[in-house]
Design a protein. Structure first.
Length: 331
């Protein structure tokens, strides 16, 4: 009889794992990289964002500690006595961006409706390409065009026409020298137009064809189906496109700097020069001669960063909401 020890479990060194086959051994590193790669880049992106926020807050710490919340509402910007406030620049940014949205949003949505609902296939692709080409033009080119072409048109044609018809309003009172908040808003409207048109076009394309067919089957005309069915269905996505373009307008620097006049005052007339947050940073950062001056400019950048981040986040939420509704509709 063999002893019970002969039936004991083999030592761990005698246990051999079954060898992997050629397919699994070859694809194991690739699977590991596929799992760890996105996680690494996500962590790296979060780290870069956190570092950026930290550096901006650290650079503006002197101004934050001295002026506090009052920095948002103070209109004085005097580097000589080191008294700073961002209200003038926030006002100019809001006014020019509002002008751009009021002018560009209807035109961009109209272009999107034409491309999706009315244009022939060949013409739609050509017109869409030309509209999107506007987004590829450098900002400095827009600035030169605005300074040498648009500003004279505003001074000689647009401003006199507005003053003669709407001059009783403070917004259109006074003389125009070409450069001013109206010119800045006009050039911004041209710059954000391709963003509104392109995103709105994609949103309208996502509307199910069955929605249009159902409206037509009930006796609606082509325009009634667009107005009462297609546009309401894509309302969230179109709103996201407009807000996304607002974020683009808020951060535009070079083109606006060249045509807005760069006057740090709050004025009521759109013909008068103004100033934006991005313009003051571009114009004065290289000339800042004291730590407090640099810190105040950095705090202006912090405000612009926060507003742009919130606006773009809201736009993304609206666009995702549209995409989620489209997915659930198909489900």
């Amino acid at each position: 009889m063999p002893s019970w020890t002969s039936w004991s479990r083999p030592a761990s060194s005698d246990v051999r794992e079954p060898p992997c086959d050629a397919h699994s051994c070859r694809h194991a590193p690739r699977a590991l990289a596929s799992a760890l790669g996105p996680a690494f880049f996500a962590v790296a992106l979060i780290g870069i964002f956190a570092l950026l926020v930290y550096e901006i807050i650290r650079g503006s710490s002197l101004s934050l500690s001295r002026f506090g919340v009052g920095f948002l509402f103070e209109k004085t910007w005097d580097p000589v006595i080191e008294h700073f406030g961002a209200a003038t620049f926030a006002y100019g940014t809001v006014v020019t961006s509002t002008i751009a949205l009021v002018l560009a949003a209807p035109v961009g949505i109209g272009i999107a409706i034409f491309l999706v609902e009315m244009a022939p296939a060949g013409a739609g692709h050509a017109i869409g390409f030309l509209v999107e080409l506007l987004a590829a033009i450098p900002s400095i080119v827009y600035g030169l065009w605005g300074l040498f072409v648009l500003a004279p048109i505003v001074r000689e044609i647009v401003a006199p026409a507005l003053r003669s018809t709407l001059g009783f309003l403070p917004l259109f009172a006074g003389e125009s020298h070409g450069v001013g908040m109206l010119t800045g808003g006009l050039i911004l409207s041209v710059m954000i137009l391709p963003f509104i048109a392109a995103v709105s076009r994609d949103v309208l394309r996502a509307v199910p064809q069955t929605q249009r067919e159902a409206a037509l089957a009930l006796g609606a005309t082509k325009w009634e189906s667009i107005w009462h069915v297609v546009l309401p269905y894509g309302r969230a996505g179109i709103s996201g496109a407009i807000i996304l373009s607002l974020g683009r307008a808020l951060g535009e620097t070079m083109a606006v700097t060249m045509v807005i006049g760069n006057n740090p005052q709050i004025v009521t007339s759109l013909f008068d020069p103004g100033y934006t947050m991005s313009s003051v940073i571009a114009n004065e950062y290289a000339e800042a001669s004291s730590p407090m001056y640099l810190s105040a400019l950095t705090e202006v950048g912090l405000l612009l960063f926060a507003v742009t981040f919130l606006v773009n986040g809201l736009a993304r939420v609206l666009i995702w909401r549209m995409a989620g509704g489209h997915t659930s509709e198909h489900a």
